[in-house]
Write a protein that binds this ligand. Structure first.
Ligand code: SF4
Ligand code: SF4
Length: 504
């Protein structure tokens, strides 16, 4: 069938610069470039280009430019180019449109409508280069009160404090499974987490055995509905366990790792046959109530000797705060809440773009709900889905989060250009692929260094912003929404965020 789609991108090659080294042909797994013997020159098939920019960066002559194809359709406010082309695509395939990365629709990005405070005369600002600044954060349940045992001059804490994770800055790497991402990318996240004093999250794909001894101490291992790769050793080698109930990119549905990405190594880590589709059902088949969830939380605590905090990850959807309250009462030590713009390796586009609520609104709702119910101390909140920079992190903390998970930002640090073709398994940057020819392109040491640099840079900036507000410990900012003001927001939005408008 002849396709009626236009190419998404146009490839321009400066013939004066190109020396026909064919490097671009080797770089593009989508087969866009090729050498044409009859014309004795490089030619390109624009229809195949995903816009990943790999050939642009690696052309030794700087001869290539990739640009989005200007729309050829008559302007129509109702029928955008995207709507027309999605419809054509479905008419040609009869299938669900898949995509990768997070929601890219123009929903309001609240981070960009919230501004931070700064100190001036009274309560002066603090110079973070000369004064100690505390970003260290503990994630887990905190007791309602602390009993002290005094014996002469010796004072001891007489209250049992449950297991907590200690992180040097309020940033962790979000769940990205081995299988969805390459071994090298997975390994780089683990290395960067260990060297930066934070944690990576295995996602639902298990933790390769050879990584457990070295990186288990920096791992949060997931228990998802597919139960891939889970045994007692997996649970006990890690620092924390996370039950994945929902995900911001695809709330309410399960996961699907196509058989082509299930290599021998991915298969043995997940404990499934190589080449078989890894399908996670939408629900956990043993969880149909908060009581069921509570049983799983306590089973995992029992299995790990009550030595590891148990996190529950849910997607931010309507009424999620009530659900989260139940989850805390069910015994979770950490709630990870994933918003509308959370990333993914593969999701149906209709779900990714239309289900969920922005994380900024979710953080504030959840923090206030748990405070109102007097149970905020019983769990920590990790916010995920759409954190792009250090300012987003500090705003998330002021809205009420204890820390943030970063996923897409970590991928970008490693080289991702958000082409959204993760689900094809042909990631030219070696990140979202199991093809050894492509995954070998990602140098683990360099990727880990880029990730560590990102965390270091954001930590410096967070200290600068804290100092500017006259605060020397992140703890003092948590849920302190008085340090925030909204710009260009409706009254209902300010109400949900729990902040005043600028000038008030
Ligand atoms: S990589 Fe650059 S120089 Fe080499 S063939 Fe492609 S366009 Fe030409
Ligand atoms: S998909 Fe990437 S590597 Fe291939 S032509 Fe397009 S920009 Fe270049």
């Amino acid at each position: 069938m002849k396709s009626f789609l236009f190419p998404e991108f146009q490839v321009f090659r400066d013939e004066n610069l190109c020396d026909q080294c064919r490097g671009c042909e080797r770089q593009c797994a989508f087969g866009t470039h090729r050498y044409d013997e009859t014309q004795d020159r490089m030619i390109s098939d624009d229809f195949k280009c995903a816009g990943c920019q790999r050939c642009v960066i690696f052309c030794p002559k700087g001869a290539i430019t990739i640009r989005p194809t200007p729309s050829s359709y008559r302007p129509n406010a109702n029928w955008s180019r995207e709507k027309i082309e999605d419809l054509k695509r479905q008419a040609e395939t009869g299938g669900v449109i898949l995509t990768g990365c997070g929601n890219d629709k123009p929903f309001r990005i609240y981070w960009d409508h919230i501004v931070l405070n700064a100190s001036q005369v009274t309560n002066p600002s603090i110079d973070p280069l000369r004064e100690p600044m505390e970003l260290r954060t503990f994630l887990g349940s905190k007791p309602d009160f602390i009993d002290l045992k005094v014996d002469g001059d010796h004072v001891d804490i007489d209250t049992r404090i449950g297991p907590n994770l200690m992180i040097e800055a309020p940033i962790l790497f979000s769940a990205m499974s081995y299988g969805a991402i390459s071994y090298n990318a997975f390994n780089a996240l683990a290395r960067a987490a260990c060297s930066s004093g934070t944690f990576f999250n295995t996602g639902e794909g298990g933790l390769p055995r050879e990584m457990r001894e070295e990186f288990g101490r920096c791992a949060i291992v997931q228990v998802a509905s597919g139960r891939f790769g889970i045994d007692a050793e997996y649970l006990n080698c890690a620092a924390a366990v996370e039950i994945k109930v929902g995900q911001g990119a695809k709330p309410g549905i399960g996961g699907h790792l196509p058989g082509e990405k299930v290599s021998q190594s991915v298969a043995s880590t997940r404990m499934i046959p190589a080449g078989a589709d890894a399908i996670s059902p939408a629900p956990h088949h043993d969880i149909y109530s908060i009581e069921d969830l509570s049983m799983l939380i306590h089973a995992l605590k029992e299995a790990t000797n009550y030595e590891k905090p148990i996190s529950v990850k849910i997607a931010a959807v309507h009424n999620f705060a009530a659900i989260a309250s139940g989850i805390v009462r069910a015994g979770a030590d950490i709630i990870a809440i994933d918003g509308l713009r959370g990333g993914t390796g593969a999701a149906p586009k209709a779900i990714r773009d239309n289900v969920g609520i922005p994380i900024e609104l979710a953080i504030s709702s959840l923090d206030r709900r748990l405070r109102d119910e007097g149970i905020r101390n019983r769990c920590s909140i990790i916010a995920a889905g759409g954190t792009r920079c250090s300012a987003d992190v500090i705003k998330a903390i002021a809205l009420g989060a204890d820390a943030v998970y970063i996923g897409t930002a970590a991928l970008v640090a490693m080289g991702c250009n958000l082409c959204q073709k993760c689900y094809t398994g042909k990631c030219n940057w070696g990140i979202c692929t199991q093809d050894p020819r492509l995954s070998g392109r990602l140098n683990t040491d360099i990727a880990a260094m880029r990730l560590s640099n990102l965390l270091a840079a954001w930590s410096h900036e967070i200290k600068e912003m804290l100092g500017g507000m006259g605060i020397n410990a992140l703890e003092s900012l948590r849920g302190n929404r008085d340090h925030l003001r909204g710009v260009g927001l409706y009254e209902w939005e300010l109400d949900v965020l729990g902040i005043k408008g600028a000038g008030e």
